[in-house]
Design a protein around this ligand. Structure first.
Ligand SMILES: [Zn+2]
Ligand SMILES: [Zn+2]
Length: 839
């Protein structure tokens, strides 16, 4: 069964009820989620139910080894993730035999996250799980929970390989959400080829985030990249630091940071508009910024949940703090007293005046010269932030700490601290990648900012659905990035509203995915002819290949894994390809986090600016062999963007069809990419500062592509009309990459493209769009299936852009290897006309 309904519609209850019943009945339950954080959240919820017979436990990378045996032997409700199932549980199925024998139910939560290559891997892991269960004579029910998706039953069937029923009616009570489509203004700045540059979505998001937090509106900002999320947090914190400085006693002044041009006047502590002043904007907070004591509340709260205090709490007197499950279970307990104190302070009408008369404050006024940085571990990273006298009320100095950043790459304890602080309200504004979208239970939000199209309507509604506590009205703002798809969408709301959400695309038959899992399955229990149907129709061919490569041995009893290595190491299920690169601070040896190997070329190359939890680092050296990026703290006023060059050759054509005057193809290609340089762009404005060369090895990718060709007879008239064919094809390629995500549930970073006036393999003008994952991910295939709609939207997007000769909103690409040269906007429209006109 799959339940596919909106955020906070009660999906958890729907699977918890039968799952708990299974435990009470002597069975076991396996709960799968894409993230450890969500598993921890679920565990807390389960324990709060206080049902003695339910022995729930997490089993993931964070589970101490001494606890693992207990979990295997005694837990009847195990929460884990696909990675752990793949590497930790299935290979040791014998140790799990008593659990697997009694397995009644497998809950696959947030399963819309299992798309593309990752989803294809998970599909094969679930097939291995079914096979292991069959070994112990159990046939568990699979219960999937997903955000709204179209054809959820068909997706669930592809994911599990089982017949599926679907539940899609969402009858939960909801307040209304006001959705704003927000296009940042054009700036005076000029980008590549003199194109006008829009204010960045992240700059707009940072302003909005700071404003909303000041107005006491609990806000989550979804930012596409981890880097972006950190930039937004950093910049919003700087604005709050400005505010804190300007309102510090004795002469409050209006905060300088809030003087940009939002559509409405801003609530400031000295100017106290009601939050409901905007027509169409819901009254977000019953006790809004008009309450002058609210400020006092902010200033006096030095809550143990803020990141700094929490860091202090990690000191030796509290060594259990992060490990103790009780602590996770009751995040409120430890600061109950403190919160009470805060609310008393807020009710005290004298407190504002008291503060001014406070001898400490007077001392602070006199001590203005004596400037010391606030003691927050992060505050030093705020660019140009005025530092407050340390003797001043520390609550005010902590105002910037109301905003934090969150992303998936953080170490577990950092993640937990941020989640806790948000829950407790000590953090009011959180900038996050869609790491949070994958189910961490953040309730009680008033507003959601979505900086950049999140890739799918399903994600958009899911992210927007985070706002609105207890059925109250809420606000969601989609801020357009300077790219074709975002621009198209904010100008074509009909593409968002009243449209069905997308289907979730995955391709479990991808031989690059299936092969490693067949090896892993054979290592678990030798494969027999009877097993083959479980793994899909391509299995016999892939098995033959594995035997030819000496990975598996064919014997009369079946296929055997006979090598020393662990078969599970062959499958890299998060699609990273190779061991992750550790990011290490060179002066201290501190491990900041990790990035997967292919992204290392673009995110932590030598010279890259890398952000970690608001701190800015310069990558001194990327050592691919050692798997380490050495970084040092830095504070430059620019960010970096890696660029690569790409070569493509056709290996085989699987499908072809006529399209207008041209032909559309789908097939296998080999792509060679090399990161060759990086751009420096000024922070906030996006202004170009320069291009630095890099020496990194090329990476080869065998994948699937969709491509179209036009014969010389069709393009000759265009050339005669003065159109630069290369520039036109290039422009059409960029825009079509930008629009494919609307049809194929991917984001533009999942796909790549190559265009040429004359390709060696076709002998014709050719535009390729390929899946950026080994073996393909189903995106290009989807583009082939929806080609007419896709290319029509592409043409429409280029045509409707207000720029004259091309800009990032239509035909320029942020990851173009050629510096967006040549590009021909009008020519691209003519090419697409030729391609789309019926013959
Ligand atoms: Zn444009
Ligand atoms: Zn390009």
């Amino acid at each position: 069964m799959i339940i596919s309904t909106g955020t906070a519609s009660g999906k958890s209850l729907a699977y918890l009820t039968p799952a708990i019943a299974s435990c009470l009945d002597g069975g076991t339950v396996l709960y799968l989620t894409p993230t450890k954080a969500l598993a921890a959240d679920q565990l807390r919820g389960l324990r709060e139910l206080r049902i003695a017979q339910v022995r729930a436990a997490c089993f993931d990378g964070d589970t101490p080894f001494e606890e693992r045996t207990w979990v295997r032997q005694h837990a009847n409700y195990v929460l884990t993730n696909p990675d752990m199932l793949h590497r930790g549980i299935l290979p040791r199925h014998a140790q799990w035999s008593s659990f697997l024998r009694r397995l009644r139910m497998v809950v696959v939560d947030e399963c819309h996250g299992y798309r593309g290559v990752f989803g294809s891997h998970v599909a094969q892991i679930l097939r291995r799980l079914r096979r292991a269960c069959a070994r112990y004579s159990s046939h568990p029910t699979f219960l999937l929970a997903s955000a709204t998706a179209s054809e959820p039953g068909a997706f669930a069937m592809r994911l599990t390989g089982l017949e599926m029923d679907e539940v899609t009616v969402d009858a939960s009570p909801k307040g209304s959400t006001t959705i704003a489509l927000w296009e940042p203004p054009l700036t005076e700045l000029r980008g590549e080829g003199g194109a006008p540059v829009r204010r960045t979505a992240t700059a707009e998001a940072a302003d909005l985030l700071a404003d909303l937090v000041l107005a006491d509106v609990r806000t989550l900002a979804f930012i596409r990249s981890r880097r972006g999320a950190e930039t937004v947090a950093l910049s919003a914190r700087a604005k709050l630091a400005d505010v804190a400085f300007s309102i510090s006693p004795p002469f409050p002044t209006p905060p300088a940071a809030t003087t940009h041009t939002p559509p409405t006047p801003l609530p400031t502590p000295t100017n106290v508009p009601t939050p409901a002043r905007t027509s169409g904007t819901p009254n977000l907070t019953p006790e809004g910024p008009q309450d002058p004591h609210k400020l006092q509340d902010l200033r006096s709260s030095r809550d143990p949940q803020d990141p700094q205090s929490l860091q202090e709490r990690r000191s030796p007197q509290n060594p259990q703090d992060l490990r103790n499950p009780q602590d996770l279970q009751n995040p409120q307990d430890s600061q109950g007293a403190q919160n009470q104190q805060d609310s008393q302070g807020a009710q005290n009408p004298q407190s504002q005046r008291d503060l001014r008369n406070d001898p400490q404050s007077v001392q602070a006024q006199q001590g203005q010269q004596d400037i010391i940085a606030p003691q927050s571990p992060l505050s030093w990273a705020i660019p140009d932030a005025p530092h407050l006298p340390s003797s001043l009320d520390s609550g005010l100095a902590d105002l910037p700490n109301k905003i934090a950043a969150y992303r998936a790459g953080y170490l577990a304890e950092d993640r937990r601290l941020l989640e806790k602080a948000l829950r407790a309200g000590t953090i009011m504004g959180l900038a996050t990648t869609n790491a949070l979208e994958l189910g961490v239970d953040v309730s009680g939000l008033d507003a959601v900012l979505i900086a950049g199209w999140p890739g799918t309507r399903a994600s958009l509604w899911q992210q927007a659905g985070r706002a609105g506590r207890d059925g109250q009205d809420a606000l969601a703002v989609l801020i357009a990035r300077d790219d074709p798809l975002d621009t198209y969408l904010v100008h074509h709301p009909q593409a968002l509203f009243g449209q069905p959400v997308e289907a979730i695309v995955l391709d479990p038959g991808n031989p690059y995915v299936l092969g490693p899992h067949l090896c892993a399955a054979a290592a678990e229990i030798p494969l027999t002819e009877d097993d083959l149907p479980i793994f899909g129709p391509t299995t016999p061919d892939v098995l033959a290949d594995l035997v030819a490569q000496n990975l598996l041995r064919r014997r009369p009893g079946g296929w055997f894994w006979t090598r020393r290595e662990r078969a599970t190491d062959l499958a890299d299920i998060r699609g990273g390809g190779g061991a992750p690169i550790q990011v290490v601070e060179s002066s201290t040896g501190r491990l900041l986090g990790s990035v997967d190997e292919p992204s290392a070329h673009t995110t932590v190359h030598t010279g890259a600016i890398y952000l970690h939890q608001g701190e800015t680092f310069l990558v001194e050296l990327l050592d691919l062999e050692a798997g380490v990026a050495l970084v040092s703290s830095a504070n430059p006023d620019y960010t970096t963007f890696a660029r690569d060059i790409t070569d493509i050759s056709i290996l085989s054509t699987e499908r072809s069809t006529a399209l207008g005057s041209g032909t559309l193809h789908f097939g296998e290609v080999e792509v060679t990419r090399q990161v060759v340089s990086y751009l420096k762009r000024r922070l906030q404005s996006g202004e170009m500062l320069g291009d630095e060369p890099l020496e990194l090895p090329p990476r080869t990718l065998r994948t699937r592509a969709v491509w179209w060709t036009l014969p010389a007879s069709a393009v000759a008239p265009l050339a005669e009309a003065g159109i630069d064919l290369g520039g036109a094809a290039h422009a059409a390629e960029h825009a079509s990459i930008g629009l494919l995500p609307l049809f194929a549930t991917c984001d533009r970073w999942d796909i790549g493209g190559v265009s040429t006036e004359l390709h060696a393999d076709t002998g014709l003008l050719t535009v390729f769009v390929y899946d950026g994952h080994e073996g393909g991910a189903g995106f290009a295939e989807r583009g082939y299936a929806r080609a007419t709609d896709w290319l029509t939207a592409t043409r429409e997007a280029i045509l409707s852009c207000e720029c004259e000769r091309g800009c990032p909103s239509c035909i320029q690409s942020p990851k173009c290897g050629n510096g967006n040269e040549p590009l021909h906007k009008r020519g691209a429209v003519r090419l697409l006309d030729t391609l789309l006109s019926p013959q």
